[in-house]
Design a protein around this ligand. Structure first.
Ligand code: PAF
Length: 256
């Protein structure tokens, strides 16, 4: 594996996985999916300042470069790119506006977040020129908005990777206290058992450590509330445990 700091050292037409580092088994699964599609797998590690609403979150974002190099190396990455800020955001770079879905759910409580995400993803795509890029369904709203701006890059959807108790893997999980960590799988349990939005909310409200931000059944194409005839229903959940924001989602197949 080559570790590079400039996009000029990357092979074009590769499979690409953008990340912000603090890599875990969820990222490793994205790299492996990329490896199945292409000889050359490029991963980037860039903590994108544009997608953070406040400076404190940005500063607090975990940084584990040595462990990241090892995980990338062991999961099929051929080129690990640590871009410099000036390469991603040269003077006069074009910012991109995310589509209307960006105002809902995660976007409603994180103003400007998705504009920051699609701006960096577009910049990364323009610099890497991949044939495909892999994104996890864990951040389902992000995945949808990236699909809208991808045009020349095919987006491969990757399933959410979970801990053995169901908690969706996330770099934020390490910030949970022992009690909070024990409570966190309740989100997965609610998603896997609820047959309606009401039931989902009921199950979630039984967990005293969890403050729910939203728990909704949506049409996954439009992000509008699911209707009785909606073909693809997805449940979205976000909440806080110990002040740590957790999100998860699941496609709802008819449950009798
Ligand atoms: O999902 C992430 O880690 C980030 O939002 C991404 C896609 C790497 C853009 O900074």
């Amino acid at each position: 594996m080559k570790v590079v700091t400039s996009a000029t050292d990357l092979p074009s037409g590769c499979a690409f996985v953008p990340t912000m580092g603090a890599l875990h088994a969820g990222h490793a699964s994205l790299f492996k999916i990329a490896k199945n599609q292409s000889e050359n797998v490029v991963a980037s590690i860039f903590i994108n300042p544009l997608q953070f609403e406040n400076e404190e979150d940005l500063v607090k974002y975990p940084k584990t470069p040595d462990a990241d190099i090892e995980i990338a190396q062991n999961s099929g990455v051929t080129h690990l790119w640590f871009p410099r800020r000036e390469e991603i955001y040269p003077e006069g770079f074009n910012s991109v506006k995310a589509g209307p879905i960006s105002k809902l759910y995660e976007g409603a409580s994180r103003a400007g977040h998705f504009d920051g995400v699609v701006t960096v993803v577009r910049r990364l795509f323009d610099l890497v020129k991949p044939k495909l890029a892999v994104f996890g369904e864990k951040d389902f709203q992000q995945l949808k908005l990236v699909e809208e701006i991808a045009a020349d890059v095919s987006i491969v959807r990757a399933p959410t990777i979970r801990e053995s108790d169901g908690l969706a893997m996330s770099s934020r999980n390490i910030r949970l206290s022992t009690e909070g960590r024990a409570a966190a799988p309740s989100i997965y349990q609610a998603l896997s058992t609820a047959t309606s939005e009401t039931e989902l909310r009921e199950i979630l409200s039984a967990q005293p450590l969890l403050t729910v931000d939203y728990a909704d059944f949506i049409d996954e194409e439009t992000f509008l509330p699911a209707q009785p005839d909606t073909q693809k229903v997805r449940a979205l959940v976000a909440g806080w445990i110990n002040g740590v924001r957790l999100i998860d989602n699941m496609q709802m197949v008819k449950r009798a």
